[in-house]
Design a binder for this molecule. Structure first.
Ligand SMILES: NC(=O)C1=CN([C@@H]2O[C@H](COP(=O)(O)OP(=O)(O)OC[C@H]3O[C@@H](n4cnc5c(N)ncnc54)[C@H](O)[C@@H]3O)[C@@H](O)[C@H]2O)C=CC1
Ligand SMILES: O=C(O)CCC(=O)C(=O)O
Length: 411
């Protein structure tokens, strides 16, 4: 095996929340054997301890990685979010410690889109109520309140990877699709952008939310927005629980103004399957509640396992940070004949000069150099023709430059 400055068997990989076995396979086939795997998330104190002892950490949506955890995790090299959302991670704090965070921006998007389209049909037919009645011996064969989705208007809030797929699937069912996004987005099929959220709410028979959790989306659907929906309109939320004021939604359903809802994400979600779930939406008519499983299909989880583990391995083995969500992105070639030094530093004037002076002092040839900065962090990768000893000396001297966050040497 190719030598690295830090032997792979000593690199501790912590994988939580039952990430797919494909992640373990990917790490193992790349030579990483020190893997701690948990089916569930860990309670906060245990999580903090486990993260502090790991070099690479993989989570899903239930584990909150706080600024304090990053502060106390000196060994931590990289984090993988085996999902799309990264709101559970203190990204700026990770960046400030020189820790890139990777996610899987596409792998579960189709799964979410399929569920949303299925829910649109189920809600339009008031299936939740009919299903419940049949289970307890009832039989209410009636067309009252049941409609086809064909010809109805679907309003998509957040026309990104998931929203666009929902739109394409909905059009194939004969729906009219409108969307609202804060960015200009290319309309797929016959979808039409609208100028404001309120315009979308007033024109849609079904509203579906596909925005990330940000300051701008927090509680974006509250009582005034629900009131702006068409009478009897339906709401689907498979984005984040903080996007909808859930008490207001419950009231709007009770009043009959909102005709039903399918909700997959909640402001507070149980930490694990053993914890009880409580919501004001329980036992309301025409409501589908699911336990944050929009992206939980075997296909999606297997793909995510491969994708995120491969990004973490590539960073660890080669230094590439392509598609990191909080870090300068560098896609690096292999370095078969050079030793590779990685230098992560505070983004401040004069840093590159100090680094380059150090190499000229040591009379070492630089074969290639890559520099990228993002926010408060700069990332320099230097391939050198140097002996092992020279490279180790350079690494130590790089580490001594004021403002250095992390240095690594890859052989
Ligand atoms: N229920 C589940 O299991 C899953 C939930 N998700 C959630 O779905 C979200 C969306 O996923 P993607 O479509 O892949 O993300 P994306 O980043 O491709 O699309 C999000 C879109 O929302 C838009 N947006 C942001 N703020 C907005 C605002 N205030 N108003 C209107 N539009 C706004 C963005 O411009 C972007 O086009 C994720 O961030 C995640 O939180 C993702 C996967 C699974
Ligand atoms: O499957 C998960 O753990 C979370 C899915 C999700 O919400 C996401 O990908 O953002």
């Amino acid at each position: 095996m190719k030598k690295t400055s830090f032997p792979k068997q000593d690199i501790k990989v912590l994988l939580l929340e039952g990430v797919s076995r494909t992640a373990l396979d990917t790490f193992r086939s790349a030579g990483y054997t020190n893997i701690e795997f948990h089916e569930k998330s860990l309670p906060e104190a245990e999580l903090a301890k486990a993260v502090a002892s790991a070099h690479i950490v993989g989570i899903r949506s239930r584990s909150n990685l706080t600024a304090e955890m990053f502060q106390n995790s000196r060994r931590l090299m990289a984090v993988g979010a085996f999902c799309i959302g990264t709101n559970q991670i203190a990204l700026d704090a990770a960046q400030a410690r020189g820790i890139p965070v990777f996610n899987a921006p596409y792998s579960n998007t189709r799964s979410v889109a399929e569920l949303v389209v299925a829910e649109a049909i189920m809600l339009m037919r008031r299936i939740p109520e009919k299903d419940k009645q049949c289970h307890v011996g009832g039989w209410s064969k009636s067309a009252v309140g049941s409609f086809e989705v064909r010809g109805k208007t679907l309003g998509i809030v957040g026309y990104g990877h998931i929203g666009t797929q929902v739109g394409v699937l909905a059009e194939s069912l004969g729906m009219r699709v409108i969307y609202y996004d804060i960015e200009t987005q290319l309309a797929l099929g016959n979808a039409q952008p609208v100028g404001s959220l309120h315009e979308l709410l007033g024109k849609s028979d079904i509203v579906t939310l596909h925005v990330p959790e940000t300051a701008g989306t927090q509680w974006m659907i509250g009582a005034p927005e629900l009131a702006a929906m068409k009478p009897g309109g339906l709401l689907i939320n498979a984005s984040r629980g903080t996007v909808v004021v859930i008490e207001a939604l419950a009231e709007a359903i009770k009043s009959g103004h909102v005709g039903g809802a399918a909700v997959d994400v909640f402001p507070v979600e149980p930490k694990g399957n053993a914890e009880a779930f409580v919501s004001p939406l329980q036992n309301l008519p025409n409501v589908i509640l699911t336990p944050h499983i929009g992206g939980s299909t075997l296909e999606a989880q297997e793909n995510i396992g491969f994708e995120v583990a491969a990004k973490l391995v590539r960073y660890s083995d080669n230094g590439s940070t392509l598609s990191a969500v909080n870090f300068p992105e560098v896609s690096l070639p292999e370095h078969p004949r050079s030793r590779r030094l990685l230098h992560i530093h505070r983004n401040m004037p004069g840093m590159l000069t100090q680094i380059n002076n150090l190499f000229s002092d040591q009379a070492v040839n630089i074969d290639a150099q890559f520099l990228q900065t993002a926010g408060q962090v700069g990332y320099v990768v230097i391939d050198v023709s140097a002996s092992e000893e020279q490279a180790e000396t350079l690494k130590d001297r790089l580490a001594a430059i004021p403002g250095t966050l992390k240095t690594r040497l890859l052989y």
